[in-house]
Ligand binder design. Structure first.
Ligand SMILES: [Zn+2]
Length: 114
């Protein structure tokens, strides 16, 4: 997928996850709209910053199926364990879910994920 497509997905993911947390989980578990968009974009472009798409074989650990599992687990742990402030927790969850969406989108391409 192109960087532009990932950025669009990040904007949508940031907004949807932020309002999802607010409405489905708890009213105070959210960040502002602009923050949710910025965090969504960060999570969505992060895998390609960690492993720049310089060749067809750029997808390694940070783009792997294992990473999908780790990210999903981290989201659950963050939501269950009361370690961080709600706004910080919401921000991290938005970044992690955007990262997950990046991997899911990349997995649908012909190259797939390792
Ligand atoms: Zn990628």
């Amino acid at each position: 997928m192109t960087k532009k497509q990932h950025i669009k997905a990040g904007i949508i993911t940031g907004i949807v996850v932020n309002y999802g947390l607010k409405w489905l989980v708890r009213n105070d578990l959210s960040v502002g709209l602009i923050y949710s968009i910025i965090l969504g974009i960060i999570g969505e472009i992060l895998p390609d910053i960690l492993e720049p798409p310089t060749s067809r074989w750029h997808r390694k650990l940070w783009h792997s199926k294992k990473m999908i599992m780790y990210m999903a687990l981290l989201v659950l742990v963050l939501l269950i364990i009361p370690l961080l402030k709600d706004s910080m927790k919401a921000g991290i969850v938005i970044v992690l879910i955007s990262y997950l969406i990046h991997l899911i989108l990349d997995s649908r391409t012909p190259a797939g994920l390792p």
